[in-house]
Write a protein that binds this ligand. Structure first.
Ligand code: PEP
Length: 258
């Protein structure tokens, strides 16, 4: 059985004092939660602070992006090697905000994915369709294309060392969550795509759901057969919400197949 993972994505939020308060509230509660893995993906300037705060804790550290290049004349860029130095276990690549606001193409995301792997971290690859794409009936085409770019660049085996996060763009930060059935359908499709090439690997790769997950809907989502946890934006900034979501993952009994 795949272990559940809940990863917080703080996005561009936080302050030294606010981060400390959030972690002070969340970490003691999470220390006693067994049965799932947890992580927080924080803004670059706070990696050192959060690395320090997470010492001896069961919550892992992640970055929210990396530059696709190794180093050099890329003003403002932060390389995978740099975030690895701060003990990051994870780095998100291909978040829809990076794709839509900063112009990350499938090819750039594939380069970032490769850079994260090369530095010994686990990429959390975000895929997902816009509302127009869903309404146009091309959800599967879109997520397959996003996945295919990674396989083309890094090979199918690389997916076995990654985490996929299905994040419908229309559900991110909107309060409009995909229903458990909608999430399950896309997760199952993604797993089937991988299984077509490597069935064993398909069974191993964790597929998280992201998009307005809250304490009130987490358990139903995590109960679906192919939903292996969540990538949590807004709710990861509220200690009680994040703790409740983590507990829901740990307590998820599985397995609803549709
Ligand atoms: C995200 O940023 O990855 C996300 C899922 O955001 P939210 O939970 O706020 O929808």
């Amino acid at each position: 059985m795949r272990a559940k993972l809940v990863a917080g994505n703080w996005k561009m939020n936080g302050s030294l004092a606010g981060n400390q308060a959030l972690l002070n509230a969340a970490l003691p509660a999470l220390a006693s939660v067994r049965g799932a893995d947890f992580a927080v993906c924080v803004p670059f300037p706070y990696l050192a602070q959060v690395q320090q705060a997470l010492r001896g804790q069961k919550v892992a550290l992640g970055a929210q992006d990396v530059c696709q290049f190794e180093g050099g004349a890329y003003t403002g860029g932060v390389s995978a090697a740099m975030v690895a130095e701060f003990g990051c276990r994870y780095a998100i690549v291909g978040h829809s905000e990076r794709r839509s606001v900063f112009g990350d193409t499938d090819e750039v995301v594939a380069e970032k994915f490769a850079a994260v792997m090369q530095h010994g971290m686990t990429p959390i690859l975000c895929v997902g369709e816009t509302l127009a794409e869903r309404e146009g009936g091309v959800t599967e085409t879109v997520v397959a294309r996003q996945l295919e770019a990674i396989v083309k660049r890094s090979g199918i085996a690389a997916l076995g060392k990654s985490v996929i996060a299905y994040e419908p763009v229309w559900a991110i930060g909107t309060g409009r969550t995909a229903t458990p059935e909608q999430a399950q359908a896309v997760h199952a499709y993604l797993r089937t795509r991988v299984a077509a090439v490597d069935p064993r690997l398909a069974d191993q790769v964790p597929i998280l759901y992201g998009g307005s997950v809250k304490a009130g809907n987490a358990a139903q989502l995590f109960a679906m057969a192919d939903v292996d946890g969540g990538l949590i934006g807004g709710a990861s900034l509220v200690a009680d919400e994040f703790i409740a979501i983590c507990r829901a993952a740990a307590g998820a009994k599985d397995k609803v197949t549709i």
